[in-house]
Design a protein around this ligand. Structure first.
Ligand SMILES: Nc1ncnc2c1ncn2[C@@H]1O[C@H](COP(=O)(O)OP(=O)(O)OP(=O)(O)O)[C@@H](O)[C@H]1O
Length: 345
């Protein structure tokens, strides 16, 4: 039987009772606003997320829904005109939102690291991999020359690149190798959390899948947690433990990945699932979601998805839905609100 309470999402890994450990990452009531000439734009609206040690959390949604803004906010990398309007980002209980840049620099690379969409932009084009890896290690302690060389070779081997490429410049590597070299750099100091923003998006489909498999294998081998942003829901279906589906700055569905894939409870999640081919499932015709996401400077009243929703009904354009508990997941859809049940039944 499905429960329909309005609720705050809980940690997927904490299910099953027993003592609940402090999550590695706990994002609470997080809102991020861009100050624009047209007024404030809320790109992340009151978001909750808990990621346990070694957990893989994926954030999916169409372009412009706030995924990268969320990721930058978690990593402490937001710049004006963006600002955190409210909420906290607790990493091992310490709030990254209130830390100074110096304190954040202490944690970056060592405790958490970030892999961005394009390694070509993230890596320094005029320095060899060896020089860049050395800089990252030197900035975080007194490593000897031998230690730096040994660790640099070790992480390159981990991602399947011949250590001879320590002498290579980024432009001498293929796109897939550059992304792997960036991931290797992120693993240099064995962080507990790796935050990834569409790390496979610049690659062809075959290279994308093989990099995903490699990321998952590394995660299982080394035990780090992952927050992974992508617009392609099918990409994370077999790799993530927890899934957040974002639309127009809000989480519209959140829960264990298997639950959301097997029985998506939000019409937007269903639309996204039908918009991408499954890696292993049967061949079915792909359908897009008609229309496009709203302008966040003037989102539609009521449910933000209602102008595109195939299941829209009379209250959707006036009543903003909360996140309602639906079995093991949460859904921001009035179809799951107790009052809506009476209206629709
Ligand atoms: N520099 C900016 N100035 C003003 N508003 C911005 C800026 N960057 C982003 N936004 C607003 O924030 C929203 C979310 O942007 P964001 O880049 O986080 O989305 P996304 O889901 O990561 O998209 P993509 O997949 O294209 O990167 C945008 O739709 C836009 O309204």
């Amino acid at each position: 039987m499905r429960s329909t309470r309005s609720a705050t999402p809980r940690c997927v890994r904490c299910e099953g009772g027993g003592s609940v450990p402090e999550p590695l990452l706990s994002v609470r009531d997080l809102s991020v606003v861009y100050e624009t000439v047209r007024g404030p734009v809320t790109a992340v609206d009151n978001l909750q997320l808990e990621v346990g040690e070694g957990e893989f959390a994926a954030v999916v949604g169409e372009s412009g829904c706030g995924k990268s803004t969320l990721l930058f906010a978690i990593a402490g990398l937001l710049n004006p005109p963006a600002r955190i309007a409210s909420g906290s980002v607790l990493f091992r209980g310490a709030d990254l939102v209130t830390m100074t840049e110096r304190e954040l620099n202490e944690l970056r690379w060592r405790d958490y690291s970030v892999v961005l969409q394009s390694a070509m932009n993230a890596l320094n084009p005029v320095a060899t991999l060896a020089a860049q890896y050395k800089d990252a290690m030197v900035a975080h302690g007194t490593h000897t020359k031998e230690e730096i060389h040994a660790r640099s070779m070790e992480v390159l081997r981990l991602v399947g690149i011949d250590p001879v490429h320590l002498r290579s410049y980024p432009h001498q590597l293929s796109g897939g190798m550059r992304q792997r070299a960036m991931i290797a750099m992120a693993l240099l100091l064995a962080p507990d959390l790796v935050i990834m923003d569409e790390p496979t998006s610049a690659l062809d489909v075959v290279a994308q899948r093989s990099l995903m498999v490699q990321i998952k294998e590394l995660q299982q081998l080394l035990g780090f947690a992952v927050v992974f942003v992508t617009h392609d829901m099918s990409l994370v279906s077999h790799f993530s433990d927890q899934l957040l589906v974002m639309y127009a700055g809000q989480v519209v569905e959140q829960g264990p990945t298997r639950t959301v894939f097997d029985s998506p409870s939000h019409p937007y999640s269903r639309g996204l699932l039908e918009a991408f081919p499954s890696i292993r499932g049967p061949r079915v015709p792909l359908r897009g979601i008609p229309g496009s996401p709203p302008d966040l400077a003037a989102p539609p009243p009521g449910c933000r998805f209602h102008p595109r929703c195939p299941l829209v009904f009379d209250r959707c354009d006036t009543v903003p839905p909360a996140l309602y508990e639906v079995g093991a997941a949460y859904s921001r859809c009035l179809l799951h609100a107790p009052a809506a049940r009476e209206v629709t039944s």
